[in-house]
Write a protein that binds this ligand. Sequence first.
Ligand code: PPE
Length: 298
Amino acid sequence: MDGKLVDWKEAKVHVLTHGLHYGSAVFEGIRCYSTLKGPAVFRLKEHVKRLFESAKIYFMDIPYSQEQIGRAIIETLKVNKMKAAYIRPLVYRGYKEMGLNPKGCPVDVAIAVWPWGTYLGEDGVKNGIRAAVSSWRRIPSDCLPMKSKAGGQYIGSQLAKLEALAGGYDEAVMLDMQGYAVEGSAENVFIVENGKIITPSLGSCALPGITRRSVIELAKEEFKYEVVERQIARDELYIAEEMFFTGTAAEVVPVRSIDGRDVGDGKPGPVTRNLQKKFFDVVNGREKKYLKWLSPVR
Ligand code: PPE
């Protein structure tokens, strides 16, 4: 926290921390995998860069360089002797003055690491999850800058997640204000239609997911799949051959049903399977070509 290693139990903030009241915090979610050559962080540079972009959008000056944050992440993993971990860098407006005007508050930085298993369950990763379109729309980018991974922006996603769970589903699909499917509550969304992979473009209000970007590259490079970035109509989900989510926490997860309709035959399809397997091979260091995406912890 703010440049010092702090014991888990002592990692506290004051109750009047600005970010706690007004959502003025930006964060990252990164995974460290236990690879053949020891623990390694997946796409560390890209995540740190996005953290700084999120902060820039909200005029938050991070008092460290990207290199320093990258090194601090590695150091935090090292001292905690983590093999596989989820990493949560958090940049937040701290404790000094109340009131919306954030100018008087410091910009504080914390990095936490902990073991975090599958986000949507082992069974979900294997057999697919059940998703439902949410009545809560993804916030449009002219209301909040959705390319920033900012804490306050997630209260809407929490409503979507709670609604999905209350309905007996595993995850929500959020539509944008025009009614196009744009994201999960914390994942990017893909469908397969006539063998083509389709996902919303970054011109939408979707988060520029780093897993999304990696999976698109693997799809094109390793499988020569055609990837089209465009809007996805809600009813395209119902007739898609395949559907899957990507995200750091979620990784690559097949969707086996949407709004009570089976996706394809209700089992993860071949495109999803191929990409999922390749993704896990890459993050676990089994693909020489993509070792460039892994930063060793040692
Ligand atoms: N969209 C949203 C809204 C989102 O929060 C995430 C990540 C993604 C897409 C996927 O982006 P990427 O991780 O770069 O592939 N969500 C993070 C937070 C999840 C949480 O519950 O906390 C994550 O997956 O780490």
